[in-house]
Design a protein around this ligand. Structure first.
Ligand code: HEM
Length: 429
């Protein structure tokens, strides 16, 4: 076991430059037990897919928080009973991301039946108008903090539109999320229900929509039944709504920031995208592959097993380093190179795999496409503000200090005002 390893959970330097950690971890093989928390680090693409797909061997009970708190008893070679006995001590155990089948199947079904292609299409129509409304607020200044003035409000308003959260409540929900801070702060131990600060809001929506049925996603969620015909408890519906609302914001906002940072840093890339708009979807995929906002995901071994020749005892935590797998040379050629012409970018694992794979994928792809199209239409020569981030070669960015998410806290850009016209595709119907 390598002892000079940085600590993924406690070293701020790892949060600032996770790619150095990925390289270090990969040198120890596609699966490696790190020395600080005894966690098994998975960097291999095929090995990660295997973990996501093998539901008999790996549980999602710790999907969110990783090794904290771990099982309090020695499980021997089979942890299945202890996982059920202690499920309630894992952070966010009420959230479907930590459920295993069959419970997960029912709750996921509740959510997926509502995110229909029709609803997503309507939501995308809303995005085109929203993108312009937000750009209008800063375009004349020739400069903005893209995170505060575009990415955060855009991500929040898109998900509020998707779910049907009334405008009058959006500000308060946003305030609560900001006050709570991001999940997985470096050096801290996550505990309890991470989303409890949002739940009372959603309780009143769901109760109200049970009394007064409505056609929006929350309204349909309130009256939807499980596959056996039974009506879920209000709190069961609330937790599905809460994870959709919260899961969709910090991630999408950071993703948009990562995307625009790339375009503003690389003039050749920006010019290429301006000339070849058909490359925008491929650019979005390549950004997801190398600069996804989600760094880590976790599983617990139900039983003792072997992965890539490494023995993993029952009850162990596996740390899935998504971007490390997405730069596995066995899957992607010249893996750390950002290449919009790469043929297999879309094979990335940024949204996970299998039964828990991210339901927000289509929405994030639309977020990225709409945002980039409208920025390229309306802002010329987008560049990083040297006043805020320093000159090329000596840039300073403040990254969110968490072991789960990856994104900058602020992104100041300068630009020249371009075409004022609104996009003719805009339609709210
Ligand atoms: C670029 C942005 C995003 C990334 C990289 C991302 C990544 C992921 C990953 C890796 C998982 C799998 C977790 C696991 O297997 O344990 C996941 C699950 C999930 N994501 Fe996302 N996500 C993003 C955006 C969103 C958005 C916009 C929404 C909401 C609309 C969302 C809602 C969810 C939910 C509800 C789950 C849990 C699904 C389940 O357990 O069945 N995510 N996400």
């Amino acid at each position: 076991m390598t002892t000079s390893a940085p600590d993924f959970f406690d070293d701020i330097a790892v949060a600032e430059d996770p790619h150095a950690y990925y390289d270090f971890a990969r040198q120890n093989g596609p699966v490696w037990q790190e020395p600080h928390k005894g966690v098994f680090v998975v960097t291999g693409y095929d090995e990660m897919v295997e973990v996501y797909r093998d539901l008999d061997t790996f549980s999602s009970c710790n999907s969110f928080a990783g090794p904290f708190p771990g099982l309090p008893e020695d499980p021997g070679d089979d942890a299945s009973e202890l996982i059920e006995k202690y499920r309630h001590i894992f952070p966010s155990h009420e959230s479907l991301v930590t459920f295993d089948p069959p419970r997960h199947t029912d709750h996921r079904g509740l959510m997926m039946r509502l995110l229909t292609p029709k609803r997503c299409k309507e939501n995308e129509a809303f995005m085109w108008r929203l993108a312009d409304d937000l750009i209008d607020t800063f375009v004349d200044a020739g400069t903005c903090d893209f995170i505060a003035e575009y990415a955060q409000p855009f991500a929040m308003l898109v998900i509020a539109d998707l779910l049907g959260v009334p405008e009058s409540d959006q500000g308060e929900l946003r305030r609560r999320m900001v006050a709570k801070g991001p999940a997985g702060a470096v050096g801290q131990r996550m505990d309890g229900n991470f989303l409890v600060h949002l739940e009372d809001f959603f309780v009143s929506y769901i109760e109200d929509r049970r009394r007064h049925p409505s056609d929006d996603v929350l309204g349909k969620m309130a009256t939807a039944t499980f596959s056996d015909g039974s009506l879920p408890d209000v709190m069961e519906v609330v937790r599905v709504a809460t994870i959709l609302f919260a899961g969709g914001q910090g991630t999408a906002a950071r993703f948009l920031g990562n995307m625009v940072k790339l375009v503003a840093e690389d003039k050749r890339l920006q010019d290429d995208l301006r000339r070849n708009r058909d490359k925008v979807p491929a650019f979005v995929e390549e950004t997801l592959r190398l600069y996804s906002p989600v760094k880590s995901n976790f599983r617990m071994a139900r039983r003792s097993t072997t992965l890539a020749g490494v023995r993993i005892p029952a009850g162990s935590t596996l740390l899935l380093l998504l971007q490390a797998a997405d730069s596995d040379a066995r899957r992607f050629s010249c893996p750390t190179e950002f290449d919009v012409d790469r043929r297999n970018s879309r094979e990335h694992i940024a949204f996970g795999r299998g039964i828990h794979s991210c339901p927000g994928g289509p929405l994030v792809r639309s977020d990225g496409k709409v945002t980039l199209e409208r920025l390229l239409d309306r802002l010329e020569d987008i560049r990083i503000s040297e006043t805020h981030h320093g000159p090329p070669g000596d840039r300073h960015y403040e990254y969110t200090p968490t072991y789960i998410l990856r994104g900058v806290e602020d992104l100041h850009i300068n630009f020249t005002c371009g075409a004022p016209a609104r996009d003719p595709r805009i339609s709210l119907k």
